[in-house]
Design a protein around this ligand. Structure first.
Ligand SMILES: N[C@@H](CCC(=O)N[C@@H](CS)C(=O)NCC(=O)O)C(=O)O
Length: 201
């Protein structure tokens, strides 16, 4: 018989959210139990569903009295609390890795803008602003392809981040994904069960 689950942590998220997924992979890799609260449509304007996040975005982590906003800050909190050895290199200072993290976050945010604009009735192919946002995804991916050697085979938060970004791009199909080096990294980094089990559907 399985031991009864009694998670003390709650993660406000959605099954498809790429920002939530990098945190979910880290939680699973650290073997930390968490209750996932699916907020539903992230385009909604609501003060209730987002776990007290005034920006109305996921993920938000609630760990007893502690509420943490922002995916990378949640990851840093988790490691400081529960993984003193920082096995997955969350607490990095290296500028190349920080830049890589920034580019991936930028690509992911740009995708959110396009998806939520379309979801709320805006035609995204008739505005210069959205052309720039779409172009930033393409240039961001080109930058990542050029720097793909930064993604090591060993499991790391940077790798969790890449897989979360890539699978979401694949699902929403907003830009062509002709980036063979990144594709190969994702294939290799997706092997662990704790990565696969959170794949968006
Ligand atoms: N910088 C934030 C970005 C979070 C984010 O954009 N989440 C999306 C879902 S993947 C969201 O909730 N968007 C709602 C909105 O932009 O209105 C983080 O890293 O946590």
């Amino acid at each position: 018989m399985w031991p009864e689950r009694n998670p003390t942590m709650m993660l406000y998220s959605t099954p498809r959210s790429h920002f939530s997924r990098k945190v979910r992979i880290l939680l699973a890799a650290l073997n930390l139990d968490v209750e996932l609260i699916d907020v539903g449509n992230v385009a909604d304007i609501s003060s209730d569903i987002f776990g007290s996040n005034p920006l109305m975005k996921v993920p938000t982590l609630v760990d007893k009295e502690c509420v943490v906003f922002e995916s990378d800050h949640i990851a840093q909190y988790l490691v400081r609390q529960y993984d003193k050895d920082d096995q997955f290199h969350v607490l990095i200072h290296d500028i190349e890795q920080l830049n890589t993290r920034t580019i991936m976050n930028g690509v992911m945010s740009a995708e959110v803008e396009l998806i939520l604009a379309a979801r709320t009735g805006i035609t995204t192919d008739a505005h210069l602003r959205f052309d720039k946002i779409r172009e930033s995804i393409i240039r961001g991916l080109e930058w990542l392809e050029y720097h793909a050697e930064i993604f090591q085979d060993k499991p790391s938060y940077l790798g969790f981040h890449l897989v979360s970004m890539w699978d979401h791009l694949t699902l929403y199909d907003l830009v062509p994904l002709n980036y063979p080096k990144l594709h190969d990294c994702v294939r290799r980094l997706s092997v662990p069960v704790y990565v696969k089990m959170s794949a968006p559907k």
